[in-house]
Design a protein around this ligand. Structure first.
Ligand code: HEM
Length: 219
């Protein structure tokens, strides 16, 4: 199958969604592990951040480029699949049957939009510091994290966003495996319990940071 035909097909779009999603999951795991260094103190977290922005600067830009392409591919395919899905059912059911799959894919769309808004606000918050819920300084990631999550509504927004992330990851991980066609027999590594466990670890690893800062367990 030629590339344009592949991307135009529903299966092709689902594979693009799955691969781009898995790339972003890889980033999310690394980012979560990086954030947990907040528990090792200011020096550790700030040195890590300075390394990313200094000696590893070129690798950081490469990672950023890969992530931006993955995010755009993910969002565009999701949008196109939604349009295809709606076009296939031009007349809404009079009595709409709420099948599990319908509810899940609708929740995925809403959750995806929530996450997209979160990512934009998050970069404006910590990376560009355009949004400053508290005064934030360049190069002092540790103090910026502490100052931000001492504010209840900032912590609350992050906690809510991480719930959206966990659900999106759980369902996405589980369905991506079907799209990639690896669900065969008992060897499927992403059966539901594995997807739940991974989503839970990522949720807990992210959520613990703002919550611990808010309750002064980190200072
Ligand atoms: C409680 C949850 C989170 C916390 C505390 C957090 C914290 C941070 C901090 C402090 C930075 C700035 C790092 C630096 O400048 O050295 C950052 C950057 C970033 N975060 Fe998060 N993050 C969280 C969740 C997420 C999630 C769920 C995503 C993606 C889905 C994400 C994506 C990013 C991206 C793309 C950047 C910019 C990296 C760059 O290009 O420099 N973050 N985050």
């Amino acid at each position: 199958m030629r590339a344009p035909t592949f991307f135009a097909s529903t299966v092709g779009k689902k594979i693009v969604m799955a691969v781009s999603g898995l790339i972003m999951v890889g980033f999310v795991i690394l980012h979560m592990a990086g954030n947990l260094q907040v528990f090792e103190g200011a020096a550790r977290l700030n040195t890590y951040s300075a390394f990313l922005h200094g000696p590893a600067g070129e690798a950081l830009w490469l990672l950023r480029a890969i992530l931006i392409i993955a995010l755009i591919a993910h969002v565009v395919s999701a949008y196109q699949l939604t349009v295809i899905d709606r076009a296939a059912r031009p007349v809404p059911y009079v009595k709409r049957e709420l099948q599990a799959a319908t509810v899940a894919s609708r929740t995925m769309r809403i959750g995806g939009v929530v996450l997209l808004i979160f990512i934009v606000l998050h970069i404006l918050h910590f990376t560009t510091r355009t949004l400053q819920p508290a005064p934030l300084a360049e190069g002092d990631v540790y103090d910026n994290v502490i100052a931000s999550f001492r504010i209840w509504w900032v912590t609350l927004l992050y906690v809510i966003a991480m719930i959206a992330l966990a659900y999106h990851l759980y369902h996405g991980l589980w369905s991506s495996v079907r799209s990639l066609g690896v669900e065969r027999g008992r060897l499927n590594p992403f059966r539901r319990p594995v997807a739940i466990t991974l989503a839970f670890i990522i949720w807990a690893g992210f959520t613990i940071v703002p919550v611990a800062v808010y309750f002064h367990l980190v200072s």
